[in-house]
Ligand binder design. Structure first.
Ligand code: XMP
Length: 502
């Protein structure tokens, strides 16, 4: 595998993604865990926010690094660190170089094979390398003649720019070239990953019993099917809180039946609607649903020996790098509650997908025989339709959302737009306005439609859907969904709006 040592750059995760996109398995490590790399085929040192001159600048044990005997690429901070190790110097400067620059390779071989004479690169640094030791080769410069890539011997390389961001136009080629310098690096195949995961699960679980929750979403479905495939003693529990999409409960059960994975369903909708009665405040609603969900699930679990969760790689990286972070809490997501953290401390949580990105989980799902339409479903929030119903939630309101959503999603599919948008749904806008139905005055609610594209849910843009889809959807909702006399399309970006309404 390719070991990526994280010196704290905001782009480190992207390096891992790019390497995996190039077909090699990459994994993130902390620099102090250098001795735990196993047998890497190549090592990448990431960038970082510190200056090598800082007293608390992260360092690396060079002898250990050298001993691996594999190619090493230092990016930004990583290159400065290597320059110091090879006897050069690094100069702090108060001017930050940020943004585009030109990459001009000295020779178009090795790291820069198949590159253009000049191409755009992306810089984000303040320190620069100053003196170079005798054995240093300058492999590329920028338009001012400043070195932006260095090499030492035939195994150590440094680049001052960020090859992992798309603003470095030929960055991927640089990474590809670097990986080609590594001998015997095996390509990453999802089939191998699956085989290893199954072996690991069997070994870790033994004859203990594992419980996992399923929601019908991609991650938990892949998790349950994987555990089932491992042939271990497994219980999959589906808590239906009644806030699912239309007929989704039935669909989830049918899908699992088709895949031959037994699941237990707990219909707790009565309880959820009861507890939500009269509650309008968004965070309060989330709290009630999150806690009740765990309570119901837990009661069903009994005293299981292991709990399996569909945690993904970005969750792992984020929670590790955000420790102590002061990022403001915008919404409570309910997968990290105290009881699970306690189990985690006791070593009773199994997270087989924790090394995978979302698209890899989808690929794994396909290789496990899960239908593409399940694997490519739009994301759905844990608290379900409650966050698509501003104000109080009751069965009548949920029914309206379900019917309208079903029509909208159906139209998107019919017109081939479902897979083109990242997420789409209908919500209720519980404001009554006046209209005419037949010959009578109507005084009814509005339905909102939302369709967004996004890469990671952090930002989102609304989609310019063809008017035809909006027209047909609106027509059907106004005719077929009782209680609604108006349909609106949400044209808000995130930020400042969010994807959901609450
Ligand atoms: P927002 O509304 O925060 O949503 O822009 C971003 C993405 O997260 C989903 N979402 C949730 N997912 N539990 C989840 O598992 C939650 O509590 C939750 N709230 C929002 C939302 O559907 C969107 O994809």
């Amino acid at each position: 595998h390719v070991a990526v040592l994280d010196f704290g750059s905001q782009y480190t995760q992207l390096i891992v993604r790019r390497v995996r996109e190039l077909g090699y398995f990459a994994k993130l490590y902390r620099p102090e865990d250098l001795s735990r790399l196993g047998e890497p085929g190549a090592i990448i040192l990431s960038g970082g926010p510190k200056s090598t001159a800082d007293a608390d600048a992260p360092d690396i044990d060079f002898a250990t690094l050298d001993n691996f005997g594999v190619p090493v690429l230092g990016v930004c901070y990583g290159m400065q660190l290597l320059n110091l190790k090879f006897g050069g110097t690094v100069e702090p400067s108060d001017r930050r170089e940020y943004g585009p620059a030109q990459l001009i390779p000295t020779e178009k071989t090795g790291l820069f094979a198949n590159l253009s004479e000049r191409s755009q690169i992306w810089m984000s640094h303040s320190d620069t390398v100053k003196n170079l030791s005798g054995e240093t080769k300058v492999l590329a410069e920028n338009q001012h003649g400043t070195p932006v890539s260095l090499g030492w011997g035939d195994r150590f390389y440094g680049i001052q720019f960020h090859p992992e961001v798309t603003h470095s136009h030929e960055g991927t080629q640089v990474l590809r070239n670097f990986l080609h310098l590594a001998k015997g690096l095996t390509e990453f195949r999802i089939e191998d990953m699956k085989r290893d995961l199954l072996a690991e699960i069997r070994e870790r679980v033994g004859d203990k019993q594992v419980v996992c929750g399923v929601s019908g979403g991609v991650d938990s479905t892949v998790l349950a099917v994987l555990l089932n495939e491992a042939g271990i003693n497994m219980r999959a529990i589906f808590v239906d809180h009644g806030l699912m999409r239309k007929d989704e409960g039935v669909e989830v059960r049918k899908n699992f039946e088709r895949m031959g994975v037994p699941i237990e369903t707990i219909d707790a909708s009565e309880l959820f609607f009861e507890r939500l009665e009269g509650v309008a405040e968004p965070e309060k609603k989330r709290e009630i649903i999150g806690n009740l969900f765990i309570d119901v699930f837990w009661e069903a679990v009994g005293n299981a020996e292991l709990l399996a969760q569909g945690t993904l790689y970005p969750d792992v990286i984020e929670s590790a790098s955000n420790e102590g972070s002061k990022a403001s809490k915008i919404k409570t997501h309910h997968n990290r509650v105290d009881r699970i953290l306690e189990l985690q401390r006791q070593g009773k949580v199994l997270e087989p997908l924790a090394e995978l990105f979302k698209d890899e989980v989808r690929e794994l799902g396909i290789s496990l025989g899960i239908q593409p339409d399940i694997v490519n479903r739009h994301p759905f929030p844990g608290p379900g339709l409650a966050v698509r119903c501003p104000g109080v939630v009751d069965r009548e309101r949920v029914r309206i959302i379900q019917d309208a959503d079903d029509i909208f999603i159906g139209k998107l599919r019919e017109h081939g737009w479902y897979d083109k948008v990242w997420q789409a749904y209908a919500c209720l806008i519980p404001v009554k306005t006046v209209g005419v139905k037949g010959d009578e005055r109507s005084y009814e609610w509005a339905v909102g439609l939302r369709a967004v594209i996004s890469e990671d849910a952090m930002t989102a843009d609304w989609v310019e859907l063809p008017y035809e889809i909006l027209r047909e959807t609106s027509h059907r909702i106004l005719n077929d969904v009782p209680g609604v006399n108006r349909v609106l399309y949400d044209v808000s970006t995130k930020p400042p709006a969010s994807i959901e309404w609450e």
